[in-house]
Design a protein around this ligand. Structure first.
Ligand SMILES: Cc1cc2nc3c(=O)[nH]c(=O)nc-3n(C[C@H](O)[C@H](O)[C@H](O)COP(=O)(O)OP(=O)(O)OC[C@H]3O[C@@H](n4cnc5c(N)ncnc54)[C@H](O)[C@@H]3O)c2cc1C
Length: 222
């Protein structure tokens, strides 16, 4: 196969702060629904395919290199990492997203107890795969962004019931919001919105969530 970058005479360099390429797809065990033609591939598999493609295209890669600063110098950009200085005529910034985990709820009373529970996942990509054992579980999901909505939709297919906590407005894609409302209508999801969580308690593998005006979710959550 003829490398594309040679045809277009580009000499790109990927600067990646981690030791592996793949970005957020590396932390996702979910099966892809968005990338065209990669049906049922998990995030891990997609990341691996990306890495292989980069190799075939012979694209230079600087791993473990964090961009510290960028200076415009005439028509060029001077890009500084800890160890290198690179001159480039063009620049694509694709530093992506960051998962807000514990830091997003650490101000809530009792949140530190969640850190030691095996039943709590802060990274949606690390949540257990959808297995038949999920049938007995009532799952609480905190957050009305796309990760929260998609996780709620996926788990509603196998879990016994889902409680979705949205602080103010849902801000995920409209299509995800629409599916949430359909699942609420079907009795699979209870939507708590607006729901300000005041306290978490973990007791004997059960998680209690107090929210709103002292309303307490007493069901066994996992
Ligand atoms: C659980 C989960 C499931 C998902 N499922 C799907 C799905 O099914 N289909 C789909 O299409 N998408 C899915 N996504 C979304 C998808 O992962 C993102 O849209 C995609 O990864 C965005 O790619 P990106 O390259 O823009 O950013 P990222 O993947 O976030 O990559 C950005 C990269 O930049 C690096 N970086 C950041 N700052 C610096 C710096 N200063 N110097 C050097 N490097 C830096 C980071 O280390 C990272 O590797 C999912 C995401 C999650 C979390």
């Amino acid at each position: 196969m003829r490398p594309l970058v040679k045809i277009f005479r580009f000499s790109p360099i990927i600067i990646e702060k981690k030791q592996r390429l793949g970005g957020l797809q590396q932390v996702s065990n979910f099966q892809n629904v968005w990338y065209l033609g990669l049906i049922e591939k998990t995030g891990y598999e997609i990341a691996e395919q990306f890495r292989q493609h980069i190799q075939v295209e012979e694209i230079s890669t600087l791993l473990g290199s964090q961009v510290r600063s960028i200076v415009k110098d005439g028509d060029n950009f001077q890009i500084f990492t800890e160890a290198k200085e690179i001159t480039a005529q063009g620049l694509v910034i694709a530093t992506g997203q960051r998962i807000k985990g514990y830091e997003g709820i650490k101000f809530i009373e009792g949140s530190h107890e969640l850190l030691s529970s095996q039943e709590i996942f802060f990274d949606p990509g690390a949540t257990p795969l959808l297995t038949p054992q999920m049938n007995e579980k009532i799952v609480a999901i905190v957050g009305g962004g796309d990760n929260g909505l998609v996780t709620a939709i996926r788990f509603s297919e196998t879990a016994k019931h889902i409680h979705l906590f949205v602080r103010s407005q849902m801000c995920g894609f409209k299509v995800n919001q629409k599916t949430i409302y359909e699942k609420v209508e079907a009795g699979k999801i209870t939507l708590h919105q607006p729901a300000i969580i005041q306290r978490f308690e973990v007791q004997d593998n059960q998680i209690y969530i107090t929210f709103g005006d002292g309303e307490r979710l007493e069901e066994k959550l996992a």
